[in-house]
Write a protein that binds this ligand. Structure first.
Ligand code: IYR
Length: 253
């Protein structure tokens, strides 16, 4: 197999997609070319119902805040399984489903992950990221101490699979693995919110390989998101932020 090249940019889904792991060796397609197509049963709702449902979903999602202070109260495994199943409904390039969700509840593993993140964040805050970065984040009152990584009952880690693995070790292309997994991450956020839980969307800088090691994930998996999941601490605070109004985020043509 080979890497990169202009031909592969096209095969991987175009410019801007991560084509770093596109392979040119041929393997049997994941789905047979004569796969049956079935009629789709769609439960259409009225315009009024649609307006009501979309407003209610907005109201629910607008309650979501990034939470950095968690209660140690347990969250049933079944809830975690359900929200990961929701994330797994995300669309993906050629239906390759290029993601793995690791749910950590083991306190020792959480501690190991916390140690890695805090070590890297110390460097990020002290020197790696520079003054502008530190200043731009001041209002969040974050620092390199990440208590939530051991306090929250669950850590959800979202890995993108940059390629697939056949049982015999040959590799299969995973098209659009970054955007597909990022979309699944967004759906995961919605699932967490509608399950009555809280989270923090973090993208641990420079921690990927070490965390991949701790969790014993294979080399085709790259860490995209690390999300503590649980209930906010009773005394949790959030910055007094507002969101852009519709007029600023929407353009109608
Ligand atoms: N990753 C660091 C700093 C940080 C960066 C951004 I951009 C944020 O929106 C929030 C935090 C940390 O987790 O502290």
């Amino acid at each position: 197999h080979t890497k990169k090249g202009t031909r592969n940019v096209i095969e991987s889904g175009g410019v801007g997609d991560d084509d770093d792991d596109v392979l040119t060796n041929l393997v049997e397609p994941l789905w047979p070319e004569d796969l049956k197509h079935l009629p789709y049963t769609f439960n259409r709702v009225s315009a009024e119902e649609s307006i009501k449902m979309s407003r209610e979903f907005y109201d629910k999602m607008n309650e979501r805040r990034t939470i950095r202070f968690f209660s140690p109260d347990p969250v049933p495994r079944e809830v975690i399984e359900n929200i990961i199943k929701v994330a797994g409904t995300a669309p993906s390039g050629a239906h390759t489903e290029p993601w793995t969700f690791v749910a950590v509840c083991d306190p020792e593993v959480k501690q190991q992950i916390r140690a890695v993140v805090e070590m890297e964040e110390e460097t990020n805050y002290a020197k790696r990221m520079g003054n502008q970065w530190v200043k731009d984040l001041k209002f969040l009152r974050t620092d390199c101490v990440k208590e939530y990584l051991t306090m929250a009952p669950w850590l959800l880690l979202v890995f993108k699979q940059t390629y697939g693995m056949l049982p015999d070790g040959r590799k299969r292309n995973h098209y659009y693995h970054e955007i597909s997994t990022a979309i699944a991450g967004g759906i995961l956020l919605c699932a967490i919110q509608t399950a009555g839980l809280a989270t923090l969307t973090s993208t641990p800088l420079n921690c990927g390989p070490a965390i991949r090691g701790i969790l014993q994930r294979p080399p085709n998996e790259k860490l995209l998101l690390l999300m503590p999941v649980g209930y906010p601490a009773p005394d949790a605070t959030v910055p007094d932020l507002t969101r852009k109004p519709l007029e600023e985020l929407m353009v109608t043509v």
